[in-house]
Write a protein that binds this ligand. Sequence first.
Ligand code: ADP
Ligand code: MG
Length: 304
Amino acid sequence: MRRIAILNQKGGVGKTTTTVNLAAALAAAGRRTLVLDLDPQAHATLHLGVTPSRSGPSMYEVLTQNTPIAEVRREITADLHLCGSHIDLAAAEVELIGTVGREVILRDQLDADPEPYDFVIMDCPPSLGILTINALCAAREVFIPLQAHFLALHGLSKLLETIHLVAKRVNRDLKVGGVVLCLYDSGTKLGGEVVEDLESYFDGRRHASAPWADAKLFHTRIRRNIRLAECPSFGQSIFQYAANSRGAEDYASLAAEVLGQAPATIWRDDKTTAAAGSAADHGETLQVDPQTADHAAASIEPAA
Ligand code: ADP
Ligand code: MG
């Protein structure tokens, strides 16, 4: 069983979209897959067509009432199951204060579950609180979705520090599996620059004992695709909603990579194909030519 936490403490980077559509692609490839929605906003639950409600147990009960996963999961398709979330889960952060071993409740629940899943995919909330720590203690792998904009790496050090602490103190098996570029605009200079920054960021921190020693940047890029933004409101994965879209193509390719197969597309992130707009986005218009700057500095009169 592979247990994967989809994590980035930033919101809006593609965690939920990746959780749901990667899980759906894996299930479509015949892998028994369980999605755990650990975000009180319950977006993954809604995306899979389930209305969060108090009438049935959710991840809140799994974490605070010791309710077994078997009583919470429901079948989305034959090979895709979900343990849903509910806004009540937000209270778990506070309710679990004072509970001994609160970091490993989810790990113990998954260990006790008899169902032989091939994959457990956890959608994390946009924070590094106790819900995320539970995911990190239960997972073996972390996938980090990133949006390729110029602040993409901002916050990554904090995220890696948290992963490092959990790996050191509680979960020695924890590894960063890789980074998935989401909401990707192909053919822009910016995309290529973010990829380069990311590679040098990891290379500069790659020591053998770090959980990210073998982290890779997935070859698959999840392109910006309107169908991916539309399908949650229909309670469907991209494969149900628009099977022929670029979004479906990209998530099928990501699933293939996760399964160790060749991705459908090999991207060349071209730094030289700058679209006019992307250069401006990156703040290039604000850069100052050093010669002009020197000239300007020389013209400043020394104070008397
Ligand atoms: P997170 O879970 O990190 O907050 P989401 O997966 O919910 O991020 O994505 C944020 C928003 O962007 C959502 O409205 C989602 O539908 C949309 N979105 C995510 N990925 C894509 C994409 N590749 N193309 C277009 N819209 C996307
Ligand atoms: Mg989300």
